[in-house]
Unconditional design. Sequence first.
Lengths: 314, 237
Amino acid sequence: MSDQAKIIALHGGLILLLFALQFVLPAYHHGNLARIMVLASYAIGYNILFGYTGLLSLGHALFFAAGMYGMALSIHHLEWAPAPALLAGLVAGILVSGTLALLALRTTGVAFMIVTLMFAQAGYLTVLYFGEYTRGDEGFVIQQAQRMLWGVDLSDPVNRYFAAWGLLTVCFLAALWLVRHPFGRTLIAIRENEERVRMLGYNTFAHKLTAMMISGTIAAAAGAFYGLLFGYAGASFATVQYSIFPLLWVLLGGAGTVLGPFIGTLFMFYLIDLSSGITTAYMLIAGVALVALTLFAPQGLVGELRRRFWGWLP
Amino acid sequence: MTTCLLKTRGLTKHFGGLVAVEGVDFELQQGQVRALIGPNGAGKTTLVGMISGRISPTSGMVEFDGQNVTRLPAHKRIMAGMAYTFQITSVFVNLSAGENVALAARRRLNGTEADKAVRKSLDRLGLLDRIDQEAGELSYGHQRLLEIAMGLVQNPRLLILDEPTQGLSDGEIADFKLLVRELAGETTVLLIEHNMSVVMETADEVTVLNFGEVLAEGTPLAIREDQTVQSAYLGTS
């Protein structure tokens, strides 16, 4: 089999498997997986910037929350239908990520991390400041009646699963296409050696700007879907915790791999889920597992797989 | 009459109090192979850095192909037809040799045309059989050649080579000389070089820099006979 065929078989196989699982999973895991698929989409977005372009952002919660509130506020206050509300979430993501990119990309390295962190924190405080509209920490529920997308009730577990699956499929295929496209390959080269790319005649600033906007928009899409599918929007999604999560998922799964974000999200979700069933000190077990993984598979699960066996993994 | 491809006027760079390059007026005719020589620290890399846009000058002007490019960012100068190869090998070590060259080729070609150009360029440097090998696995000499392949594939009007033969074997240097002579008819080459046999055998003209200023300019033979050049190199007066 050619590498191309293997890539299609593996990634297509995963998409089909996730589709089929819908019919066999017990209710509890069924609900979990829907959540994981939305969060994995968020991680896929994060990976475009961190794993492929080599820019470590600590402020992606800002984009996730921009998508979530762009969607939720237009439903809550403007009584929009879910479809235009989702679109509003996406537009919010594009605008916020574009603006932050213009400011933050003037810096590099640690300064970039700090700037993204600070802007995300400012975003969180903005949500609290306008508590009259956002209900701050408490958040607000999106009623079942407001979650009818083209006559489909998204609060129903089956529909919710399909919507999450649809989002993941789109993000997953988009990422797979992007990183094999010349534009994506230039991003990888920027990660490896930006100065050299510049001296080959590429406008690296424009490339990084575009990468950050793609990354932020995918994160916003995930945020908008998360709010819509699970019927809630709250300030906790704008906290620094939600900036760290995708970083952890991507690191565990394998930065700079297309499969990594999904595998990492799945792994971490069930790691916490299972260990909290054993002890109340579940974070300890999760922590030890994370340390072990960092020691023995520093490139993440999929990264390690690529290093040892499947050199062709994109 | 030959046309002037590159011209600098009063090009100057100060790093803090240190004068790296001072008031350099430099002209390069189209189709010429020009060697830039000088003792360590003479400002050669800084000068080509300002020409290619990597370093912004303190004062002075750079003109490329009749256009003032002093304010143009590096990537636009590259797009205008300059190609720059690094003194310190700067290939993408985690990418294949083919992808390294393809990144350079894709600025102006795409699809199968880019593939063809990549193979041709690698073949010209004798690296075609290593197209799928990771650049980091190549020997130092091969990485130097890969740098040159990345420059060539851009089909540049001006090819700037910063100490390309550093670390090459004698056989590779002989091949390199042939290559530069071949290029002489196709493009303009600006070559920073320490190896005098390369300078003598490939360059049409030589510019000597010393303490950031042009010390002498002329044919390789004339330069070799020049007393001031000899004293600059040998440190006698």
